[in-house]
Design a protein around this ligand. Structure first.
Ligand SMILES: [Zn+2]
Length: 449
């Protein structure tokens, strides 16, 4: 059973396999003046990120190079030959195509210690899933091995150089190890947020504004307002306790990299008497997090919470988990993983419930469950007559937080990416006219003088 880790997916538009020099949208002309931003992916869409920033000095950098883990996956356009890439965090829609870069261009990958150390788990899983599901992948195992050697790790606040530019990482919130990148380009300060949240979550503290001239802002939740985080956590815990008190098991599908660990910490803090089991790839991810305590919010509490829950390690552990109060497991959108096994075994007792912790993408199992009360179980669309409740424990900033953050950075220009058209427009409406807002398209360049 393949385990899929992903953040947010985007619907499939095209599948592209690279042939050198054939599929890149990157312009051949050098930059004459100003700074050029060219999106290979991630403009007008969520995930699938890749953007080349270049100035007339000839220095250029690729910001992220991911893939959207849809079925089949969706890739950004082919990157030009490039010496440096900055990988903002370890989610697959930001890191998934990096082995191709290293294999074809010998690119150096810059990232936080945690992003670099999680990359092997993410890439091996992507490779495995592509094999099992028969999807083409533009890189192979040799590229993966080369990519593992291509990392340059940087601490938060440490100055490093990208060609003729100075660069520095800041905490992005979102997940542990996620960075925002500040760069001095052509006498201007550029800030690239990557996926971000200004609100603190159990495992990472929120992003703080950085003064800049050009702000490249993710806009996933433009136009959408999150409920108050602590009230939502309370509502979630209350629901779990209700399910347990009526004799049921609460099944909580959660991403391996972020949400699962958040859920464990919330439950450990609020209801330590519960019998909580964890099953999925998050075990290796959490171990890696605990090796980088400086990037975790209150790392001792994470360690405590993690040792408090029972980690499923074997088939017999999995059977024992059926009698638990709570099972936290992958995949977060019910697209496979142990979550399907548990739902299949527990779907006949109406006291049980499925508690979803966030957005369920179009085409995902979780979306089908919400819309049709059915789930694909081992290839068969199966009715699931259990309580299904959805919560919003997102690790992306909502509209209000994005607008406040952007204003506090006091930029002249904002470029909105990682957002569909409507959310981007909603942000533009609240930022203009005193800030010049750009909404890029994939395959097109924006030049800012
Ligand atoms: Zn992410």
């Amino acid at each position: 059973m393949p385990v899929r880790i992903h953040d947010v997916g985007a619907p499939l538009q095209s599948t592209m396999l690279y042939r050198a020099g054939r599929t890149s949208t990157y312009p051949e002309e050098p930059v004459e003046s100003g700074i050029r931003f060219h999106f290979l992916g991630g403009a007008g869409e969520v995930g699938n990120v890749g953007c080349v920033i270049e100035d007339q000095s000839g220095t250029k950098v690729l910001m992220d190079y991911g893939l959207a883990p849809t079925k089949p996956p969706k890739y950004p356009s082919e990157a030009p030959s490039i010496d440096h890439a900055i990988i903002t965090h370890s989610h697959i829609d930001h890191i998934g195509m990096a082995p191709w870069l290293v294999g074809h261009h010998g690119t150096t990958l810059h990232g936080s210690k945690l992003t670099s150390r999680l990359s092997e788990i993410m890439w091996r899983d992507t490779y495995k899933v592509s094999r099992i599901e028969g999807y083409p992948l533009a890189w192979d195992k040799r590229d993966l091995d080369a990519a593992l050697e291509a990392w340059q790790e940087h601490d938060m606040g440490e100055q490093f150089s990208i060609g003729s530019w100075n660069a520095k990482f800041h905490v992005a919130g979102h997940i542990p190890g996620a960075v925002m990148t500040e760069m001095d380009v052509n006498r201007k300060k550029v800030l690239w947020t990557g996926d971000m949240d200004t609100r603190s979550s159990p495992n990472v503290s929120g992003a703080l504004p950085v003064k800049c001239d050009i702000l490249c802002l993710e806009g996933t939740y433009g136009g959408k307002y999150h409920p108050d985080r602590s009230e939502e956590e309370e509502r979630f815990v209350k629901r779990v306790l209700d399910v347990v008190s009526r004799g049921g098991v609460a099944i909580i599908p959660a991403f391996a990299s972020g949400r699962g660990q958040d859920v464990i910490r919330i439950l450990h803090d609020a209801a330590p008497h519960l019998d909580v089991h964890y099953d999925g790839m998050g075990t290796r991810v959490t171990q890696t997090w605990m090796d980088c305590p400086e990037l975790i919010h209150e790392p001792k509490s994470l360690r405590k919470a993690w040792h408090w829950c029972r980690r499923v390690r074997s088939k017999s552990d999995r059977k024992k988990a059926l009698d638990a109060d709570v099972i936290v497991t992958t995949s977060g959108m019910l697209d496979g993983g142990p979550a399907i096994w548990y739902v299949n075994r527990l779907r006949h007792n109406p006291a049980n419930a499925i508690l979803l912790t966030g957005y369920q993408a179009e085409g995902s199992g979780g979306r089908m469950l919400l819309d049709e009360r059915k789930l694909p179980i081992y290839g068969k669309k199966t009715p699931v007559d259990l309580e299904v409740t959805q919560f919003s424990l997102s690790n992306h900033a909502g509209h209000k937080e994005l607008v406040e953050f952007a204003r506090a950075c006091s930029p002249e220009h904002v470029i909105i990416f990682h957002a569909e058209r409507e959310p981007a427009m909603a942000l533009a409406t609240d930022l203009e006219p005193d800030i010049k807002v750009h909404i890029p398209k994939n395959g097109e360049s924006i030049v800012i003088e």
